[in-house]
Ligand binder design. Sequence first.
Ligand SMILES: Nc1ncnc2c1ncn2[C@@H]1O[C@H](COP(=O)(O)OP(=O)(O)O)[C@@H](O)[C@H]1O
Ligand SMILES: [Mg+2]
Length: 398
Amino acid sequence: MSRFLLLTDQPDFEKVVQLAIRGSLPGNLQRIPAAAVQLAPQELLARSLGEPTDVLMFGPDVSRTAALDLATAMDLLHPDISVVLTAPADSELIMSAMRAGIRDIAEPGSEPEQLRLLLERNCLTTESRRRKSGEGNIERRRGRVIAVMSPKGGVGKTTVATNLAVGLSKFAPMGVVILDLDLQFGDVASALNLEPEHTITDAVFGAAAQDSMVLKAYLSVGESGVYALCGPKNPADADLISAEQVAILVSQLAAEFQYVVLDTAPGLGEHLLAALEMATDAVWVCGMDVPSIRGMNNGLVVLRELQLVPEGRHVVLNFADRRAGLSVQDVELSIGLPIDAVIPVSRSVSLSTNKGVPLLAEKSRGPAWRNLDKFARRFDPASKDALRKSAHRREVLQ
Ligand SMILES: Nc1ncnc2c1ncn2[C@@H]1O[C@H](COP(=O)(O)OP(=O)(O)O)[C@@H](O)[C@H]1O
Ligand SMILES: [Mg+2]
């Protein structure tokens, strides 16, 4: 029986995978020589005995180019099967793997326990994909949906959203998608230097709305390693897209990704309200000026009335400047909420927008970089900051 198909010629590696599976995961492991990577998907699967294959794993000795080619073909013909590569993950490999539809990358020296978690996760993905394809369109929510918002424009929503997506992808490679819900004037594409072939308009009309596999083919992959679904090329499309379509889209993405970051338009439009129904977290971006703080207060009141305040709540104070005439504490007192991240006004941020490379994708480690990075790590379930989520520490301006 072969729920797990492993391509390798290394008996030692097979042993580790065997240990990972035995006694903890149902189904058996079948090893096939590494050279089988040259076969077409159908020929390879024809060699699998017994149960249908859930996970196809390439050992560390399998030719990488051939593995990527086979994964691409597999993704088209059998998108339900999870394909796992074993290789040291560098950013270039992660990008190619994402494009080939590979679900996970295992480190070559992994312990059986690490592999067990990885294989278990991939079995669950396969199961849920099979269930969904049999079941129709609206999926159960799985991933964390983080809406980045503010009543005002120009306060740094897109900056925070794109950097958050890049920051999250550092601990969840291939697990992050950013969706541009600024349907008229969205600039996620420009912030990530993308020229998307497909946009949200394609995703909500036609086949993708019925099928998450098709939807995935409509996503763009940024150099910084995040998936993106960009805003319409024509601002007039915004009127054609309904709140309900946005809600379905967000739940489709949340069923496929660990993190869905929503960049939004200023204000509390119907698209944002629909998306908030699905959101697990709200990130409020606030400038260090009185109109921005007032706007945020009003926005919070409205959302509380509508009972649309997501469970996770985070406040980012952007454009922070000692000379603004307000302190961080003044802002906290005024909005009645603690501030979780303070991003100083910085030339490095505006330069990064103009280059189309989010600051966190760069090496420069100035104060804005550090605080954005720390903010993204709040969402890492393994990080200490995430565990301490209720204990807001006072942020200071550096
Ligand atoms: N901390 C900052 N320091 C300097 N410039 C910033 C900072 N945050 C954002 N900006 C710049 O402000 C402009 C507006 O930011 P953006 O993220 O597009 O805002 P929004 O999405 O809220 O309209 C961009 O050009 C961006 O580079
Ligand atoms: Mg914006």
